[in-house]
Each structure stands twice: as C-alpha cells, then as structure tokens.
Ligand binder design. Sequence first.
Ligand code: ATP
Length: 299
Amino acid sequence: MIQVNGLKKAFDGFVALNGVDMHVEKGAIYGLVGPNGAGKSTLIRHLTGVYRPDQGEVQIDGENVYENKAVKSKIAYIPDELFYFMQADTMEMKRFYEGIYPSFDGKLFYRMQEFFPNIDVKRNIRRLSKGMQKQVAFWLAICCKPDILILDEPVDGLDPVMRRQIWSIILSEVAEKEMTVLVSSHNLRELEDVCDHVGIMHHGKIMIERSLSDLQGSVSKIQVACQSGMPKLPEHFQVLHMANTGRVYTMIVKGDPKEAEAALSYCNPTIVDVLPLTLEEIFIYEMGGADYEVKDILF
Ligand SMILES: Nc1ncnc2c1ncn2[C@@H]1O[C@H](COP(=O)(O)OP(=O)(O)OP(=O)(O)O)[C@@H](O)[C@H]1O
C-alpha cells in the first residue's frame, strides 16, 4: 500500500532523510517511532505529498504521491499542529472537506455527532479548546473515508475517555474497510495497544521495521542468579544490556528467549525469569545500541 524506497531529503545541505525504506501493508496500523529530530515529520510530509523527494520514491498503490491529486484524496492527515481557516466552524470545515474528498460521507458525519456531544458545530473552531479542536479533526478525517489515515501525535490534548473512543472508532474503520493507519507518536504505551507494525526511525532512516509481535518476540529481559556468578550466553545472542543487584543479573537479550533460557541451564541458576519487553523498553534499548547513552533507567 505505502512503499518508500531510498527517500532522501536535505534542507540547505542538512540531511533530514538519508535513504528511507518503508513498507506499510493495507489494513496495517503502523507505528512510526524515533527520537526527536529522527525525521518522522519530514517523512510524513512526503507521504502526504507536501514535500517533493530529492531522491527516491514515495508511492501509494504503486503511484507517486507528489503532485498527484487522485492519490492524495485517498489520504486523510491529522498533523500535530492543526490547521483551520480563520472564523471557520465545524460545518464550514465539513463543506470544505466534502469539496476535496469525493468519498466524504455526510450521513456518517451526523451519525457520529453523538460521539462528540461537547462540540458546538456552529462555533468558530479556533475558539474551541485544543482537545476539542482535535476531536473535530478526527471527526472530519473519519468522515472522509480515507484509505489511509496518517496521524502525527494524534491523542495529544485528548482526555483519556476521548482517546479510547477515538481509537475504537479508528479500529472499527480498520476492521470494516481495511483502512491503513500510520501513526507517529512518542507515546509508546499507547502505540503498543493499537499497532501491529512498528518502524523505528533514527538519523533519517528506518532502522528497524517489523511486526510488533516479531519485535517483542526477539528481545527479552532475563533475570538470572547463577551459582557461578556472572551469567554468559553463547555468542550468537546479543546482550544489549546487563546489570546486577547482588547475585541477580538482569540481561536484555536479543535472540530467541526460550533458547536463551535453555542456554543458561549450564550455570544451575537458582532463579531464571524471562519477561517480555514493552515497546518502550525495546525502543530504549535499540536506541542504546544505536548511539543513545542508556543507563540503568529501566531497572
Ligand atoms: N523545513 C526545514 N528546514 C530545515 N531543517 C528542517 C526542516 N524540517 C525539518 N528539519 C530538520 O530535519 C530533522 C528532522 O526533523 P523532523 O521534524 O522530521 O523530526 P521528527 O522525527 O519529527 O522530530 P520530533 O520527534 O522532535 O517531532 C531535524 O534536525 C530538523 O531540524
């Protein structure tokens, strides 16, 4: 569905994207994560056809996005900083979206009104609170019936009940019409609940792109107390981090967790606990491997 190959972009000689390769399948909920300045927003601006690539390709269903109106009308985008016309109210924005998106579902707009009881559709949107403005953005975006929904820090400013509600609306669109969702966020706990694929971006590249279950199955936290002191694993396991409290060692290990556990039996451990890592922990350790200085922040 979304295919990015060798995408490069520089601003006045500063390389923001340095050969991005990305692949998002139809119906996926893809979490784009990465440290500040990794290039996520710049990548998203290419996916939405705002920027022209310096090099490489950004394609949706096999067609280039840049200056392609037909392709762009398949995408709804909710940016971090929302844009509304001066003086426009929700009804006026609805009419504007209806003009741009042939697939806009006006009946759905009224059916969804019950989800947003606090929004006065005749009130200037700029006079609504930040969270309410975001609600309007979701409401209109869902009614566009896009094939692809792109979200940049989507739930910032939304209260917890509204967050759940919005995600449940999005998930039902994914289930019903295989809408594809690309979501960039620093809220990894939230992403973990909704995403099925993850791309980790760093220094203008996608460093890791995997299904969430593969990613979580490939790194684990092992707590072990060996008779013989410090535990050792065969060389094909990558130990991303190791710390100890007394005789109990906590290791972050890349490789099959079951195999790692079996390999530790050599030291007759008094304790061996294998725990899955959260997405947040995986991110922190993968970044640690890249070049972030990771201290024992998770123990
Ligand atoms: N229009 C621009 N002109 C010059 N430099 C830019 C421009 N847009 C982005 N950059 C630079 O490109 C790099 C990537 O920025 P980008 O906003 O894509 O990162 P990000 O991953 O979205 O970061 P964050 O998580 O902080 O939002 C940064 O170093 C930024 O300063």
